[in-house]
Design a protein around this ligand. Structure first.
Ligand code: FES
Ligand code: FES
Length: 163
């Protein structure tokens, strides 16, 4: 690291754990998660904000981690697929609905769906088109879209039931 101005020291949280990291300003959140923190559940896809494989939640909103640069991470709270409990309604619904084929898109889909689920009022009737819209930034090369949408719908129904 020759150019000190290209280095940033970051304090942020990932899955509830405080992290302190010294890195280059041009590194992406995707690289930091996978290469520095060894959280490889977040997948590496297009790196251009088109596939959604790298989706995580940053301060409550789903983002493409390949488009977030290191300096943007200061003081943030990030949730990745590793931070999702195994009994989370979305995880159970994806398994129950057989919404996983190769699984490459699954972490990103689940994080995008979590953002939608968290923002959706439990008393509100969810509509299929809203779910499709919420997941429209995530591609599934196995084309499991209808099963994925059914899984998210099932998780929404469970949320409504438990309110
Ligand atoms: S790898 Fe980030 S959107 Fe494709
Ligand atoms: S399950 Fe294979 S890419 Fe979606």
């Amino acid at each position: 690291m020759r150019d000190g101005s290209a280095i940033v020291v970051l304090n942020f949280q990932v899955n509830g754990r405080k992290r302190r990291l010294k890195t280059y300003v041009w590194r992406t959140l995707l690289e930091i998660l996978r290469e520095d923190l060894h959280l490889t559940g977040t997948k590496h896809g297009c790196e251009t904000g088109e596939c959604g494989a790298c989706t995580v939640i940053l301060n409550g909103k789903n983002v493409y981690s390949c488009l977030v640069l290191a300096p943007q991470l200061a003081g943030t709270k990030i949730t990745t697929i590793e931070g999702m409990p195994a009994k989370h309604p979305l995880i159970e619904a994806f398994v129950g609905s057989a919404a996983i084929q190769c699984g490459y898109c699954t972490p990103g889909m689940i994080m995008a769906a979590k953002s939608y689920l968290d923002e959706t009022d439990a008393g509100k009737q969810t509509k299929a088109r809203e779910i499709k819209h919420a997941l429209s930034g995530n591609l599934c090369r196995c084309a499991s879209y209808s099963k994925i949408a059914s899984a998210v719908q099932a998780a929404c129904r469970r949320k409504q039931k438990n309110r």
